[in-house]
Design a protein around this ligand. Structure first.
Ligand code: ADP
Ligand code: ASP
Ligand code: MG
Length: 466
């Protein structure tokens, strides 16, 4: 079998974790499987890089830089010592060299008082740059050959959009040419989260982007399966930090996972299903700390399941925008004007709802895009296309997901009756045309209660005959 295996930040958090990762890889390697590996940064490192880099342009001094470099050095050298003791000199020198480069870039950001999207991408890729050589060395420590590549070297070509780039179709052939030949003799280790644009400039794929790297690379090498190794037994009926009796699901469809991740289920990056789906590759989510658990299998159709609703998610980092004006009634082109202006400003609209009177359109957008969106839309107020634009940060979007909802009348009624009985006020409703998702908006305070009510209503913590 040919596998692409991705290990997330908790799975590589320290030397002991990396030894566990190498146990898993060695087991498959000795059994004759072909393997390529994607690794994230160690848990928390990307956050640290973002925090320090973002503060530098307005910081009163540069005193945050040295402690960060020191902390990263200590953490990675300790990990290296425990995971690959024979490679301390060789890989240690590489780590120190990278840290010098990072330190220079951070001082440049401070001195220039400017953090461009391009330099930000460069800085935040260092978590993966520092960690991947250690995993490669840990494999060599066990006598398994391993070349370490960054995303660009591995063949991932992306759009030039910094911070949220998308893989280009040309990546497939490049990955095949670059990684394919390595699989016969060794286990290549690839830095997740990054690729490069056509002119060779580093780009990142968005937070949690190593999942997306895994899928792009798995599609590129025509893997039989893509395994996402994480710190829970699989994809659960709801975020286990919100619902303590959330249950691991055996099987989901690509579509169901796309709906869940799009609406904030942190277990997978939202775009990470698409490359696997294109090549019909089975994706499995598994726990590094409990490898004998079968995990969750993600395939085109999932297993038949009598359950109509399978999982819930909610995202509170969103805002609602309301656009009002009687002049919108019966006037063609208003919606076009709204969505064109938002697209021009790269605002991603998550949900849309229009009242039947046509005098109101409500939108849900990512919290980070609210001020851009409101500013852009105020141009339409000036032009008299709409009367007023208002916004509300204190909302969250809840998604109820299950492919069985298509053709199961009454699910919506059950959802909103349960919420009504519990006194949860629903501010906006939307159902995708896929019918695998009914999503709605409630106040931020009501979010956790809404998912609790629905988790109970659909008895999601009970085993079904999945
Ligand atoms: P990794 O570092 O392996 O990428 P993440 O922290 O990004 O791991 O994602 C795994 C975490 O996602 C879990 O520890 C869990 O707390 C959270 N999570 C949120 N929603 C779900 C869900 N529906 N199923 C499983 N885990 C979820
Ligand atoms: N290290 C990156 C992040 O924290 C990518 C990833 O972990 O998947 O977002
Ligand atoms: Mg993740």
């Amino acid at each position: 079998m040919r596998y692409l295996m991705k290990f997330g930040g908790t799975s590589v958090a320290d030397a002991q974790c990396i030894r566990r990762v190498v146990d898993i890889l060695e087991h498959h390697h000795r059994a004759g499987d072909e393997l390529a590996v994607v690794v994230s940064a160690q848990r928390g490192v990307t956050d640290q890089l973002i925090e320090v880099a973002s503060a530098l342009p307005t910081a009163k001094d540069s005193s945050a830089i040295k402690p960060l470099i020191q902390a990263l050095s200590t953490r990675h050298m300790t990990t290296l010592e425990g995971a690959a003791p024979d490679f301390i000199a060789e890989v240690g020198a590489e780590i120190e060299e990278r840290l010098i480069s990072l330190e220079n870039i951070l001082f440049a950001i401070y001195n220039l008082r400017e953090l461009t999207p391009r330099s930000r991408d460069h800085v935040i890729s260092f978590g993966e740059r520092l960690l991947a050589p250690i995993v490669g060395a840990a494999l060599r420590q066990r006598g398994i050959g391993s070349t370490v590549l960054d995303g660009c070297e591995a063949g991932i070509l992306t759009t030039p959009q910094h911070g949220e780039s998308t893989a280009l179709p040309e990546s497939d052939d490049r990955i095949k040419r670059r990684i394919g030949p390595l699989l016969k003799k060794e286990i290549p280790v690839i830095m997740g989260f990054m690729g490069c644009s056509k002119d060779g400039i580093l780009t990142t794929l968005g937070r949690s982007g190593s999942d997306y790297s895994a899928s792009i690379l798995g599609a590129g090498i025509d893997a039989d399966e893509i395994w996402i190794w994480t710190d829970v037994d699989g994809i659960m009926t709801c975020d286990p930090r919100v619902i303590n009796d959330a249950r691991v699901m055996n099987s989901l469809s690509y579509l169901e996972v796309m709906e869940l991740s799009y609406f904030g289920a942190k277990v997978m990056h939202p775009r990470s299903i698409e490359p696997a789906m294109r090549k019909n590759i089975l994706v499995r989510v598994k726990n590094t700390f409990n490898p004998s658990h079968p995990g969750t299998v993600i395939v085109r159709n999932g297993q038949p399941d009598h359950r109509v609703v399978k999982a819930l998610t909610y995202i509170d980092k969103v805002g609602a925008i309301n656009i009002n004006g009687a002049q919108m009634i019966g006037r063609p082109g208003v919606a076009k004007a709204i969505f064109t202006i938002l697209a021009d400003h790269e605002v991603n609209v998550m949900m849309i709802s229009q009242g039947s009177s046509e005098a109101n359109i409500s939108l849900i957008v990512d919290e980070a895009h609210i001020s851009t969106a409101v500013k852009a839309l105020s141009d339409l107020v000036k032009q008299g296309v709409v009367r007023e634009v208002s916004h509300n940060h204190e909302v969250c979007a809840v998604a109820v997901v299950g492919a069985g909802m298509a053709g199961a009348p009454g699910t919506g009624g059950r959802i909103f009756t349960a919420l009504g009985t519990a006194g949860v006020n629903v501010m906006m409703i939307s159902q995708g045309s896929s019918e695998a998702n009914i999503s709605f908006v409630v106040s931020q305070d009501d979010g956790p209660r809404a998912v609790r009510v629905l988790h109970d209503e659909f008895r999601l913590s009970e085993e079904s005959n999945e």
